[in-house]
Design a binder for this molecule. Structure first.
Ligand code: UTP
Length: 271
């Protein structure tokens, strides 16, 4: 079945950006002159997605206002609500009625990708296999415990040139001695609609949040989870330093402001 819907979870508290997030939701913080979430809506559109469902909170009315201004001829943008921030898995389940019984992409708006290639690859893999397909990347061993970590069928070494890998195990933020590989989950997932049934059965983790990775772990147990190992340019805008890096690198790449910014930076660091 064709993938035409994207869900963007944007109902989190944004505590790492306080006090800025008292004024502006994290997902609307500007990357130079463009709200972060617009990059993700543009990526979805470039990947052929026709409708975007933003999961937001009633405490963040500016997201709903932004959503209504983000509709275009190519993409219809709407919102659903998560009444309390009970975790990413819970946020995704709040979109169940709006999505219906069809596959969909989940795109985390605090990860901005350099282009739409990974989402396109994941959509193509889902449409071929019918299995939930998620983005992966290799990280140094010291970083694995910040992410969801995956084990791959029958092998320990994979490279970004591998088209698809079968995932046999998923562990959320493992302790260093529990890591099963150097492969971690990044914020693009094409989910089969059956994931909603799995999300309905999982229990909250120790911090009280319902984790999407726990539902993915159930799919891995049933041999229903594939991954694509990618070396796509990726900005982690969920932390202040990551946002700053994204602003500088994306602005440097723009024709209108890039040369001016580069000259200013060069002058600043001369001597
Ligand atoms: P994060 O955990 O990075 O966002 O979730 P957060 O909770 O807002 O961040 P901090 O830790 O307080 O700084 C990744 C994405 O999932 C959404 C967030 O809005 C973010 O876009 N999310 C998270 C929800 O929609 N609901 C939740 O309950 C949790």
């Amino acid at each position: 079945m064709a993938v035409r819907t994207a869900v963007i979870p944007a109902a989190g508290m944004g505590t790492r950006f306080l006090p800025a997030t008292r004024a502006t939701p994290k997902e609307l913080l500007p990357i130079y002159d463009t709200p972060a979430i617009q990059f993700v809506i543009d990526e979805a559109t470039a990947a052929g997605i026709e409708r975007v469902i933003i999961v937001t909170s009633r405490a963040k009315p500016s997201i709903e206002n932004y959503a209504s201004s983000a509709n275009t001829e190519k993409v219809a943008v709407s919102v659903v609500y998560q009444d309390s921030p009970l975790g990413l898995g819970h946020a995704v389940s709040c979109a169940r009625d709006a999505v219906g019984n069809e596959p969909f992409v989940v795109m985390l708006p605090d990860e901005i990708m350099g282009d739409a290639s990974l989402t396109k690859q994941l959509v193509a893999l889902y449409e071929k296999s019918g299995k939930t397909s998620i983005g992966l990347k290799k990280v140094p061993a010291s970083e694995v415990s910040s992410y969801g970590n995956v084990e791959i069928a029958g092998r320990t070494d994979v490279s970004p040139s591998d088209s698809a890998v079968a995932i046999t195990r998923v562990i959320e933020k493992p302790k260093p001695n529990e890591a099963v590989s150097d492969l971690v989950i990044i914020g693009r997932y094409v989910l089969a609609p059956s994931v909603f049934d799995h999300l309905a059965t999982i229990k909250p983790s120790a911090n009280g949040e319902f984790q999407l990775t726990d539902a993915l772990a159930l799919l891995a147990n049933d041999n229903q989870l594939l991954g694509i190992v990618s070396d796509i340019t990726r900005y982690d805008t969920g932390t202040p330093m990551g946002l700053l890096r994204a602003v500088i690198e994306i602005a440097l790449g723009r024709k209108d402001i890039g040369p001016q910014l580069q000259t200013w930076l060069e002058n600043k660091f001369q001597n």
